[in-house]
Design a protein around this ligand. Sequence first.
Ligand code: GDP
Length: 429
Amino acid sequence: MDTIYSLASARGKSGVAVVRISGPHAFLAAQGMAGGLPAIRKAGLRNLKTADGRVLDEAIVLCFDDGASFTGEPVVEFQLHGSTAVVRAVLDELSSFPDLRLAEPGEFTRRALENERLDLAQVEGLADLLDAETEAQRRQAFNILSGALGGLAEAWRRDLIRAAALLEATIDFADEDVPVDVSPEVEALLDGVLTTLRSETAGTRIAERIRDGFEVAIVGAPNAGKSTLLNALAGRDAAITSEVAGTTRDVIEVQMELAGLPVTVLDTAGLREAQDAVEAIGVERALTRAKAADLRVFLKSDMDETMPLTPGAEDIVVYGKADLRSSNELAVSGLTGKGVDKLVARIAYLLEDRVKGAGIATRARHRVAMERALAALDDARIELGHGPDRAEFAAEEIRTAIRALDSLVGRIDVEHLLDEIFASFCLGK
Ligand code: GDP
């Protein structure tokens, strides 16, 4: 195993920069630069020097034992003054040690996985936590990083292994009189797993939305005030507003945080009969995106042409240009800001309501594995219904379900996933 090192904090100027070294030669290299090392997990202030005695920086040095470090290997961290020159000088010096090399992106985490400090779901949780931009994303990612999905998978596994073992016992002793009928216990075990697995699978789609962001499309006739409203929501000029109908020829996306949730608001081309081919493409694209969005805000105007899209029960319908209206109907004005807070609150309320159903699992990969397990367990349940003669087949279906759930935490089927997952990590993690 090589000893690897890298800047672990963000590039550029900062108060403190962290350089991490991991591997069998970590302590030796750190000692070469810092002189005597502080005790394990005790911070020590040291001058970091080159081999010929030049002082590079005064740093806090932290050492972690192989059994109790992030990677599971001996790890040393230098907390440096956060300038590019200091970081460069320290990294240069580390590169002069023959047994050390610069880490690849995600390599520290990869070692944590290989040394079983983290399971695969936790690695994904860590990647999501580093990417988290909103409160809901942070909470969800931290939950997975803490091992919540692994815990759930372990509980399912335990029950399913017992169920399969009970069935297999009846197969092995088929010739003899088995004194007890195992099917009630097996059925109870399967039904327990099926119930939690079903609700967890259903919650994954919402969790996926929290991870990737909800889409809210603003739809309405040309000049209804969609772009102006988007700008008001975003607090900056994100879309071009103009008085010429049909300006927003494509779909403009602005990401923002609403009530702690990641939301991408889409400004779609005005839905009307297109005047030319380019606009027709814009309208078509607007329709597709608006239909696929999680929520639509329909901006009404008095001169509404017939819309090619009808609002669903969950959608918001509101008059635009509230400043030009006198009555008290639900209306919003991007220009004056009237009603914008109310609209935001309404969007947040509707999305938060959906978030309540979110599961622990966050990725399509998790959902697919759980769906595979569900299908196998449903089949197992059917086999069981056919009586003890089919016990063997029921047990086989349960084994299939166990294998599918094992892939959640990377107990099996890991290799082909790793490159894809670690490619998303930044350097130094
Ligand atoms: P879009 O085609 O639906 O995106 O509409 P725009 O946002 O481009 O707005 C079309 C025109 O209506 C522009 O001249 C805007 O300045 C004007 N407008 C937009 N919102 C409001 C509003 O809330 N009140 C008033 N009075 N005018 C608005």
